[in-house]
Design a protein around this ligand. Structure first.
Ligand SMILES: NC(=O)c1ccc[n+]([C@@H]2O[C@H](COP(=O)([O-])OP(=O)(O)OC[C@H]3O[C@@H](n4cnc5c(N)ncnc54)[C@H](O)[C@@H]3O)[C@@H](O)[C@H]2O)c1
Length: 265
């Protein structure tokens, strides 16, 4: 990053990205900052958020780190107010924080189910409320919710995750209609597989599920995608920038596939 381009699409807009210290979230933060946004890099892992914010600032962008748990309403509200006091009124909110486990359905404990829903779905619900309450008085704003290809099609041993990501799309569609006349657009993105830390923890379980060696997981996944490659964090970052920008001013309630041709609906 070498400062924003002269045609920066998000000049001086204030953007919140949850899970901003992770693989996809950090790329989303960089992409927003490259388009001139002032980015609040938010993560429950304080040091990870700080590292991404420092990196953006060191390369000429504008970013600050915040640490909170997206499923803790008081912490989210407190951070949202603090971000507005520090960076200015909120323009963009990206609900990206998430967790994922591959586990046979009958072994899925209440704890796994509840944690997955609490972070992936309730976290997005709380984030949407915090954002919309602050965007409504100004009559403008845009929200991007991180769903997944697993929010469009079920996968075995993935019930909690699929339930959370399908529900994120349902909430996105409902909010898009409810706030369509209020100047607030709400969309979702549905990436295919991105090899981030999220997948580091799932390769062995996926190999077990498919009865293949762990080393064959990535080639196997790539072979199922028409474009022959996995999704990258940068693919997601560019799509979030587009949805957050005025280029997408007539787009709301959509769940955009980033699937290399593997999903058409
Ligand atoms: N990696 C993929 O294949 C893939 C595909 C589709 C969708 N997604 C979604 O993209 C999002 C980001 O995933 P990723 O691949 O970058 O994973 P990641 O593990 O690299 O990043 C997730 C980040 O969320 C943070 N986080 C987790 N729980 C939190 C909480 N309660 N409060 C605040 N922060 C929390 C983590 O600290 C981490 O930095 C998730 O919602 C995930 O479901 C990922």
């Amino acid at each position: 990053m070498r400062g924003e381009p002269p045609t920066a699409r998000l000049h001086a807009r204030v953007a919140v990205v949850t899970g901003g210290g992770g693989g996809i979230g950090s790329a989303v933060c960089r992409a927003l900052a490259e388009e001139g946004a002032k980015v609040a890099v938010c993560d429950s892992r304080r040091e990870a958020a700080r590292a991404v914010a420092d990196e953006i600032a060191a390369t000429g962008g504008s970013a600050a780190a915040w640490s909170f748990d997206v499923s803790d309403r008081a912490a989210v509200e407190n951070a949202a107010s603090g971000i507005e006091d520090t960076l200015g009124s909120l323009d963009i909110w990206v609900n990206n924080a998430g967790v994922s486990r591959i586990v046979p359905f009958l072994d899925c404990t209440d704890e796994i189910w509840e944690q997955t829903l609490a972070i992936n779905l309730t976290g997005a619900f709380i984030g949407c409320q915090a954002a919309i309450r602050r965007m409504l008085p100004r009559g403008r704003g845009t929200i991007v919710n991180m769903s997944s290809q697993s929010g469009k099609t079920g996968n075995s041993q993935y019930a909690a995750y699929c339930a959370s990501k399908f529900a994120v799309i349902g909430m996105t569609q409902s909010l898009a209609v409810e706030f369509a006349k209020s100047g607030i657009r709400i969309n979702a993105v549905c990436p295919g597989i991105v090899f981030t830390a999220l997948w580091d923890g799932m390769v062995d379980d996926y190999a077990r599920k498919r009865s293949i060696p762990p080393g064959e997981v990535r080639p196997y996944l790539e072979s199922r995608i028409p474009m022959g490659r996995l999704c990258t964090p940068e693919d997601v970052g560019r799509t979030v920038v587009f949805l957050a920008s005025d280029d997408a001013s007539y787009i709301t309630g959509q769940a955009i596939n980033l699937a290399g041709g593997a999903e058409m609906h």
